[in-house]
Design a protein around this ligand. Structure first.
Ligand SMILES: [Zn+2]
Length: 295
C-alpha cells in the first residue's frame, strides 16, 4: 500500500466532489501529491491544515481555529472518503488547535497527538487560551470545549506503512514547533516556521537572539530540499513552494529594520504596514506592535 499519487488523488477528488464543498472565501488546492490542503479565511487567520492521504486512512496536521473553518476542513476530509487515524497539532497557538473538538466530533475514531514537548505546553495553555478567546467571542464562533492531545513519544507517525517524520521541536513564531516531512511524497509541512504572503506573528520574537533562532530553523528546513512545501499560513490562493523560505526571511528583515528605525507604537505599526498592503493576516500587526510597546 502506498500513499496515493497526485493523479489518483485528483481523480478521487473529482469523483467525490471535493472541489464543490467549500464555502465561499475558503480556499482549497490539491497542489500537492498525496495531500489535500485547507487554508482558513482571514477570521481563521489564514492557517493551513494538511490532510495526508493513505489508501483508506488519513492523517491531519493542525485543526484550525474557528468553528466555521474547522467544519469546512471536516467536510473536506469527509469528502476524501478516508477514515482519520491521527490529528497532529504542531504547536500551542490557538489558531492550530481550538478547532480540534469539531474534528473529533466528526471523526471520533481519530487520535489527537502532539510531540511530547508540545503536549506539555498544550496541557498548560489550551484551557486558559480557550477561555479567553471563546469567552470573548460570539456564541458558536469557537468550539464549546477544548481538547488536550496525547503525548506522541515517537519521532514519526505511520500512514499505510509510510513514515511521516515529526521534526524538531524548533523555533519559529514560537519556541516549540514540529514541522513534518513525508519522505514518500518529498513533502515538507513547515507549520509556523514559514509563512507566505502574510504578515508574521512576531509577538514571541522581540529579541535579536530569538529572531536568529527563527532564521536558523528556516535554514534547517530549506536544507532538506523538499520538492513540495506547505507553509503554516498563506494568503488565499498563494502557492507554497520554496518561496516560503525567502518570504519569511524577508519579513524578519522587515521586522528588524522597523524595530531599529522606529521609536513608538504608531511608527512601528506604520513601518510594518508600509508597502505591505498585499500581505494577508494584517491582524497580527497590532499584537506584534503591542509586544514591543505594551498598552
Ligand atoms: Zn499559526
Amino acid at each position: 500500500m502506498e500513499i496515493l499519487n497526485r493523479r489518483t488523488v485528483l481523480k478521487a477528488a473529482a469523483a467525490t466532489g471535493v472541489m464543490s464543498l467549500l464555502a465561499p472565501g475558503l480556499t482549497h488546492a490539491a497542489e500537492t501529491a498525496g495531500t489535500e490542503l485547507f487554508t482558513a479565511d482571514e477570521a481563521g487567520l489564514l492557517v493551513d491544515s494538511t490532510v495526508i492521504l493513505g489508501e483508506t486512512e488519513a492523517v491531519v496536521i493542525d485543526a484550525q481555529f474557528t468553528t466555521e473553518n474547522a467544519t469546512a476542513l471536516a467536510d473536506l476530509i469527509a469528502a476524501t472518503g478516508r477514515s482519520v487515524q491521527t490529528i497532529l497539532i504542531t504547536h500551542y497557538h490557538p489558531d492550530h488547535i481550538l478547532g480540534l473538538p469539531i474534528l473529533l466530533d466528526r471523526f471520533p475514531g481519530a487520535r489527537a497527538v502532539a510531540h511530547k514537548d508540545v503536549q506539555g505546553q498544550l496541557a498548560q495553555t489550551v484551557e486558559p487560551i480557550w477561555q479567553r478567546i471563546a469567552g470573548g467571542a460570539p456564541a458558536g464562533m469557537f468550539a464549546d470545549r477544548f481538547v488536550i492531545p496525547e503525548a506522541l513519544e515517537d519521532d514519526h507517525l505511520l500512514l499505510d506503512g509510510n513514515r511521516i517524520d515529526v521534526l524538531g521541536p524548533m523555533h519559529g513564531d514560537t519556541d516549540l514547533i514540529t514541522p513534518l516531512y513525508i519522505a514518500a511524497l518529498d513533502t515538507l509541512i513547515t507549520s509556523d516556521v514559514a509563512y507566505i504572503d502574510t504578515h508574521l506573528w512576531m509577538e514571541e520574537n522581540t529579541t535579536a537572539e530569538r529572531i536568529a533562532l527563527w532564521r536558523s530553523s528556516i535554514d534547517t528546513l530549506e536544507a532538506l530540499g523538499a520538492k513540495t512545501i506547505i507553509p503554516g499560513h498563506r494568503k488565499a490562493g498563494s502557492v507554497g513552494g520554496t518561496a516560503v523560505f525567502d518570504a519569511s526571511r524577508a519579513y524578519l528583515t522587515r521586522w528588524e529594520k522597523a524595530l531599529a528605525e522606529t521609536t513608538s507604537a504608531e511608527s512601528l505599526k506604520a513601518a510594518l504596514l508600509d508597502g505591505a498592503q498585499d500581505l494577508g493576516f494584517a491582524s497580527a500587526v497590532d499584537r506584534s506592535v503591542a509586544a514591543i510597546y505594551p498598552k
